[in-house]
Design a protein around this ligand. Sequence first.
Ligand code: BES
Ligand code: MN
Ligand code: MN
Length: 462
Amino acid sequence: MQKTQEFIQKNSERFLEELFELLRIPSVSADPAHKGDVQKAAESVKSHLQNAGAENVEVCQTKGHPIVYGEKIIDPSLPTVLVYGHYDVQPADPIELWDSPAFEPVVKKTDVHPEGAIFARGACDDKGQMFMHIKALEAMVKSDELPCNAKFMIEGEEEVGSENLEIFIKENKEKLEADIILVSDTGIISNEHPSITTGLRGLSYVEVEVTGPNRDLHSGLYGGCVANPINVLSDMIAQLQDDKNRITIPGFYDDVEILSQEERDEMARAPYSEEEYKKEIDIKEVQGEEGYSTRERGSIRPTLDVNGMWGGYTGEGAKTVLPSKAYAKISMRLVPHQDPEKITQLFKSYFESIAPDSVRVEVKPHHGAQPAVTPIDSAGYKAASNAMEKSFGKKPIPLRSGGSIPIVALFEEVLGLKTVLMGFGLNSDAIHSPNENYGLFNYYKGIETIPYFYSEFAELNK
Ligand code: BES
Ligand code: MN
Ligand code: MN
């Protein structure tokens, strides 16, 4: 991979400019107003794949946003790496909290990234990380060092649940035949401590609506006499967790995977500083389920969080009103063996059962995701571990993550393929937040590491 690495060095500036072009397209999948931009981003990914040397590149339309497919088959008898990533991004809101515009990428130095970081929505999640794979492919192809076959499947609906990708993989099993799926859409512990993600949590997401009186009422004339839906909703939400921060929904923990003490001890050996954790997000104290560490609460235990809550008057000044309705969006992160649909049903029944007669409640389920765990004894994991050891000079440690990537469980179920989650982001990258950023170190380290993955994987499959 000598020539490949030299090619990367020589072209590093161009590799950054090209990523900037992609970051300038506001491909927000959740917002219908950006439908054209999402299509534009797909076309851009297509041409980057073609320029990198991929063949049969196509923008595959779906009922929602398109999927970009491309491949470089050098010899059908060699193993095939299927790269998955997403070019869609989360909305940039609240835009007033960005220090520079979300879709005008710039490099700025930070405490975490003294060498500079790319600030833009999608810089890390996942345009920056996905693009590393296109550049690594280009470097290998142009240096004539691609050691096995490569396929690319880059979607535009990851941030909204990957529903059409599920249909796509079911309809294209043959086209997607491969030996391993490689994804960079997760993170590492720190730039000094590389790690490989070995688990993702599942997700159950609901929206609740609480209705009181048939219209907004004067809070002086009716307050104290009629149930206030916002007060009631707050009280119901408070009841979803007990004083040990355990979720009170009956049956919620029934299927939860219990880890052995050995596995928990192993996890606890990963480098981690609670002081730094608190400092970075400016909190005095952490909070979570009794009996578990912060690391465990954020990976191997299920959780419940209100993501947003609204109702009544939230404009300028004071308006005295007793609102007719209150709403909340609630997410539950799930761990292995918990089923999103079952959990959504349990939530619905319980939530309806705790509603007082003074209100009516409606629970609307949104998209969910299955949890996933990935083995550490597979050829894919070993290839990733060896590749990172080469580029970081340190053996990465396996670690489960708290986030979700809906399609990963289905890769195994539908395509029978294992996934390697070789991401390069940091928790401080502020993904889904204002000022999302991605270290230049991480961007280039990813491009450097990926070719090693290919050669290690080809070698291990000989
Ligand atoms: N890339 C993230 C997931 C992630 C980030 C996993 C960091 C591990 C470490 C992905 O784009 C994401 O945001 N997923 C959503 C799920 C989706 C259904 C909206 C999530 O986890 O909230
Ligand atoms: Mn992502
Ligand atoms: Mn995301």
